[in-house]
Design a protein around this ligand. Structure first.
Ligand code: NDP
Length: 327
């Protein structure tokens, strides 16, 4: 038996409860993992509260990511005792995810935990930090470099945003953090932001072409914000779009693309090929100081996950939430 947060559907309502579950109910997969830590991502909060159709089949254990120790494996790459990480691949959406003490998954969905990072800190980074790194790598693959000018991060106080600020600053970029919580300016500056702007300056419909302010951007927000970001990129600039915290819509014109040659780079973390996952995780382990990782995260127990998911959707959580599934 193991403990898990289980989501069920009752008369169109998602009901979440901690349950003791028999191991035989775990899905198929060639690796059984003893989960140590999971996290609460924005998507998990949507799933737990039932506010968006993240979960495809019920009952479901949510949790799009986890880190733990292999307990049983028939996969050639994994032996009992190996420390592993999983991000995405439909965990917590189409098959049971990480907010549980056990998870059975295809070994191809796992990557080995990089040396020098604990399972707890891997989840402090979580899908948010890993997505932030994918965004930065997408911008740099496109050709963006620190000498090009300021880089904007929207949703800067969120999980992806916080890590994007830290990673970019560590790589030598001058980072402008856009936030609706200016009271967190000190924290953002500690992470490496050179300047803070109020997200309200970006959140309403704006002109198709605006002052050329940013060489690049990591956008966690979508909607009018992303349209304004594209309109504010310098000639030849690029924005990595990964999120929809303001909305999924994008009411923009083609003007920035055809008149300033800017690029909009889509970033998905769920089905990224393994080689790019490994590159992102290795860069995180090599570059991010432990103090930064630990400073961004707070740890809660499994029983607090529902309450904290609601707070997260109300925008009351800053940084990352790690879930210790064993308490
Ligand atoms: P968080 O909830 O931690 O952060 C989102 C941040 O967005 C908030 O902290 C807030 O930042 C800002 N925000 C919230 N509401 C609004 C609004 N109405 N208008 C403008 N800004 C707003 O989420 P994550 O950091 O985990 O994820 C960020 C986004 O990225 C989400 O949409 C998530 O679904 C997406 N995502 C996508 C992935 C992918 O594979 N593409 C992977 C991971 C996440 P502030 O207080 O600073 O204003």
């Amino acid at each position: 038996m193991f403990n898990a947060l289980l989501l069920d559907k009752q008369e169109d309502r998602t009901v979440a409860s901690i349950q003791s579950i028999d191991e035989s109910r775990l899905g198929t997969g060639d690796v059984l993992v003893r989960v140590e830590y999971s996290t609460l991502n924005y998507k998990d909060a949507l799933a737990i509260t039932g506010q968006a159709p993240v979960v495809r089949t019920f009952p479901m254990v949510p949790g799009i990511d986890f880190a733990g120790i292999v307990e049983e494996s028939t996969h050639a790459d994994y032996q009992p005792g190996d420390a592993v990480v999983l991000n995405g691949w439909g965990a917590g959406e189409t098959h049971w995810g990480g907010l549980a003490q056990k998870a059975r998954v295809p070994g191809d969905h796992l990557i080995p935990l990089p040396a020098g990072i604990t399972t707890q800190n891997a989840m402090a980074v979580g899908t948010a930090g890993y997505t932030a790194m994918l965004c930065v790598q997408a911008l740099e693959k496109y050709g963006v470099a620190p000498q090009d000018g300021d880089v904007l991060v929207t949703g800067a106080n969120g999980g992806v945003g916080s890590f994007a600020v830290a990673i970019l600053a560590k790589r030598g970029y001058r980072v402008i953090a856009s936030t609706g919580r200016p009271e967190e300016a000190v924290r953002l500056r500690e992470l490496g932001a050179a300047d803070i702007i109020d997200r309200a300056t970006l959140s309403k419909p704006g002109k198709p072409l605006q002052k050329e302010r940013f060489a690049a951007a990591v956008d966690c927000v979508g909607s009018h914000t992303l349209a304004n970001v594209c309109a504010s990129l310098r000639y030849g600039g690029a924005a990595a779009a990964c999120g929809l915290a303001q909305g999924m819509d994008l009411q923009a014109t083609v003007a920035p693309f055809i008149l300033r040659g800017v690029a909009l780079l889509g970033v998905d973390s769920v089905y990224v090929p393994r080689a790019r996952r490994m590159a992102a995780w290795n860069a995180i382990a090599n570059e991010l100081p432990v103090a930064v990782i630990e400073g961004v995260a707070a740890t809660i127990g499994l029983s607090q996950a529902v309450e904290v998911a609601e707070q997260l959707l109300r925008g009351e959580i800053k940084g990352r939430v790690v879930v210790d599934v064993n308490r």
